[in-house]
Ligand binder design. Structure first.
Ligand code: ZN
Length: 92
């Protein structure tokens, strides 16, 4: 991502959430979920939406079916918060 939305939003959310916590809280630890690291060079961080579910597939040997999980991530090309391109070269 080319923007600081994740860091900015996490800071704003933490500030807001902490206002409602009782005095004396500690070990506050929270972050925005839904980001994935892309193993490119350099490594990129992108907003990622998860696609998941399940399917019944035939068992080996042909005796009935079994549940198989389906899971994949699809990454966004633009930041959903500010609209900037996620890729550095596409912005100019
Ligand atoms: Zn952004």
């Amino acid at each position: 991502m080319q923007c600081n939305c994740r860091q900015d939003l996490e800071a704003r959310l933490a500030e807001r959430m902490k206002k409602d916590l009782p005095e004396g809280f500690h070990d506050y630890n929270a972050s925005l979920q839904g980001y994935a690291l892309i193993l490119s060079d350099p490594v990129e961080e992108r907003v990622a939406v998860t696609y998941e579910g399940d399917v019944q597939v035939p068992k080996k040997g042909g005796n009935g079916t079994k549940r198989q999980k389906i899971k994949a991530n699809i990454t966004a090309n633009y930041c959903p918060f500010c609209g900037k391109s996620a890729e550095v070269d596409k912005e100019q």
